[in-house]
Design a protein around this ligand. Structure first.
Ligand SMILES: Cc1cc2nc3c(=O)[nH]c(=O)nc-3n(C[C@H](O)[C@H](O)[C@H](O)COP(=O)(O)OP(=O)(O)OC[C@H]3O[C@@H](n4cnc5c(N)ncnc54)[C@H](O)[C@@H]3O)c2cc1C
Length: 377
């Protein structure tokens, strides 16, 4: 008999689980509180970024996700660009780290580019003090606003997944989930509610090592003359942010110097990255503030710090900012990479994907429905 599943939340985690179950012939219903998903999954850079993941289960998961993204984008006609990423070095300690990473991650096929090769790879990179860069071919950029609205249509059409928009699940008495008085009875329930972890199973979350992170982002206008950025770009501050880069033996030397040179950036958790969408607009961010409750206001000071750092390594034709916003994601606090928990048989909570949810969710969903997630919390 066909099994049924209810998924709560139509962000990337919910959509990934919906796809994985539908592929295995489940009858899937997704219930989303808002009339469209407006959480972390539409507020990000759209970077599918395996380079940020350490070797082993996370890198493999990211690469699996990357391949699924490619398949879905092709089938669902979602714009995507296999641009890769360029990690830039403007100081000798950054260049040392890139050389070490090139050596350590030989199996990933990264290319160490000298100054001239870097300038050829990206027309926007500033040449002043540039030493070189590390190029990874694995990264794909998507426009999250487009992807997160089109994937549900594709799931509906291809797998008959049913989406119910504008309805919040208010409580669960397995096997029934309730939206007020309306009830849904299913074999399995998956809670993919992102930063709303207070509503369902609050006591589970109260005892989990989980918090929320607020990030500020900006968008720069479409560039003239169909100008393209090339690979997504990051520089020194990002090197000290991602765990994959911690594998470099000299990373602590770099961390120490960056702490001295950029104390305000470190205070606000700023590292600066850039991606470009189909329209030619540039997505720039971000900062990281942690806590269970965040005020809703953007700090101009943070945006200025991001732009100041950006100007060290990039020149755009038009620097006009057309949008600013913030996003929240949930993040594990003790080094776990996700929160997967079964409060009782038939119910699974999937949360805490942190800054890698777009990169990891499709792969994680495959592992989860196959019953073999390696990084359980
Ligand atoms: C600014 C920013 C930049 C980022 N950049 C990247 C990046 O470039 N690459 C990358 O890999 N990751 C990135 N991330 C991380 C990534 O976006 C998140 O990890 C991911 O989107 C989390 O997905 P989610 O489905 O858990 O949460 P969400 O997208 O927030 O979705 C949760 C959904 O559940 C719904 N919901 C909650 N409660 C209920 C309920 N009771 N009933 C019904 N519906 C409910 C909500 O309305 C929401 O739509 C970034 C995040 C941010 C904020």
């Amino acid at each position: 008999m066909q099994k049924s599943a209810l998924i709560i939340g139509a962000g990337i985690v919910g959509l990934s689980i919906a796809r994985a179950l539908a592929l295995r012939n489940y009858k899937v219903t997704v219930v989303e509180r808002n009339e469209k998903a407006i959480g972390a999954s539409i507020r990000n850079f759209g970077m599918v970024l395996p380079a940020a993941q350490p070797d082993g289960i996370l890198f493999n998961r990211a690469m699996r996700s990357r391949n699924i993204w490619k398949e879905i984008c092709t089938e669902a006609k979602v714009w995507h660009d296999e641009v890769g990423s360029l990690q830039l070095a403007y100081a000798s300690d950054e260049w040392n780290v890139l050389n070490e990473l090139h050596e350590i991650y030989q199996s990933r096929g990264y290319k160490l580019l000298n100054k001239n090769e870097t300038l050829t790879a990206s027309p926007s990179v500033s040449s002043k003090r540039l030493l070189g860069s590390l190029f990874s071919n694995d990264e794909i950029i998507i426009d999250p606003r487009e992807a997160i609205s089109k994937i549900p249509l594709w799931l509906e059409e291809k797998y008959k997944v049913k989406f119910i928009w504008g309805k919040a699940i208010s409580h669960i008495e397995y096997p029934v989930a309730f939206a007020g008085k309306e009830s849904f009875e299913v074999d399995e329930i998956f809670i993919c509610s992102g930063t709303d972890f207070e509503t369902l199973y609050p006591e589970v979350f109260a005892n989990a090592n989980i918090t929320k992170c607020k990030l500020q982002m900006m968008r720069i206008v479409s560039q003239p003359d169909h100008w393209r950025l090339g690979p997504m770009l990051c520089a020194g501050l990002s090197l000290v942010n991602y765990s994959s880069f911690s594998a470099a033996p000299s990373i602590n030397i770099l961390k120490k110097r960056i702490q001295t040179d950029f104390p305000e950036h470190i205070k606000w958790g700023i590292h600066v990255m850039v991606s470009q969408n189909e329209l030619g607009e540039l997505c720039i961010g971000d900062s990281h503030e942690y806590g269970l409750t965040h005020d809703p206001f953007d700090r101009i000071k943070i945006n200025k710090l991001i732009l100041d750092y950006l100007k060290n390594f990039i020149q755009f034709k038009d620097m006009q900012i057309c949008e600013t916003w913030n996003g929240l994601y949930s993040k594990m606090t003790q080094g776990e990479t996700e929160f997967i928990h079964k409060p009782q048989q038939g119910i699974t909570i999937i949360n805490g994907m942190g800054g890698g949810g777009m990169t990891l969710s499709f792969g994680l969903a495959e592992e989860l429905v196959n019953g073999n997630t390696g990084n359980k919390s």
